[in-house]
Design a protein around this ligand. Sequence first.
Ligand SMILES: [Zn+2]
Length: 327
Amino acid sequence: MTAWLMYLGEEAKRVGGGYDDNPSTHYSWDSRVPNAAHVQVGDTIVLWDGDALLGLSVIEDITTGTGTKDLSSCPTCGKADIAARKTMTPKYRCWTASCKAEFDVPAVETVPVVTYRSRYEAGWVDLRGHVPAKELRALCEEPKSQNALRRLRWDDFRTRVETGKNATPLDIVDNTRKVIAGGHSTRTVRARNGQAAFRATLFEDFGEVCAFLGPMPAAVLEAAHLYSYAANGKHHAYGGLLLRRDVHRLFDLGQIAIDPHTLTLDVAPDTRGYPDYDKLHGQPLTVPVTNAHRKWIVEHWAMHRADAILIPGQSANTPASNATTLA
Ligand SMILES: [Zn+2]
């Protein structure tokens, strides 16, 4: 299992063409970056911003293209190891020990590059601030590396995230990898239709109501994509629910699932230790869902409750007795 620590700094944001202040969907790099060609579909991507961890996911696909890149170098020795200074003049300094030139204008060469764009929204786990930069560096195979793409010691990293303060289970990584390895597409309509339109559709369908908790201000409601978990992306028209931010996160992690037989909430034992979430266990959904929804609920259930057996004849096609169905 290969895991990469990928740096999302100002430079990466520019190269990637903007992240909508949301690093949870894609990351871009180019062939000038060491390890560029070694990153594969199914690898785990762990993002950080130089200060701390941002989150992680599993790469669903990588699109390659061609482009150009401006490379700055020292006009004296030609090496790329230069840095802009905040206040001192001349503005640039060469860090090569045998050179140490100072200059206002670097040499610039435009070179052709292969561009790589990875997509990974289905399995995204937000872990903003959970692990500080110093620990992240130490968890890399080469702790002293300065590369934007670094190999991470996955088992050690995982242990760090899954234990101690703010412990977060990462089963979703295994589950997402299984779906990808099985050749199933996790492609969603989010990119095609746009998140804003998707969210607007959900508000039309459900009003300002969290599907787990009931009426809520729109500001705390998020569009949860049930279809991210599905084996194929065809039936997406009703593939979403509105969920409050915290229960959305727990749903994505599989800590809350929806029993497809009864359409009641199933809270995992870890999370039932918290009274606010324990209260939800066994509660029905607060909104009516369609059979289309139920298909996605079955997929999510199968992914996160692998030990649970789906009873034949009680599949998504059989409406549950206590559930209402949209016309
Ligand atoms: Zn130099």
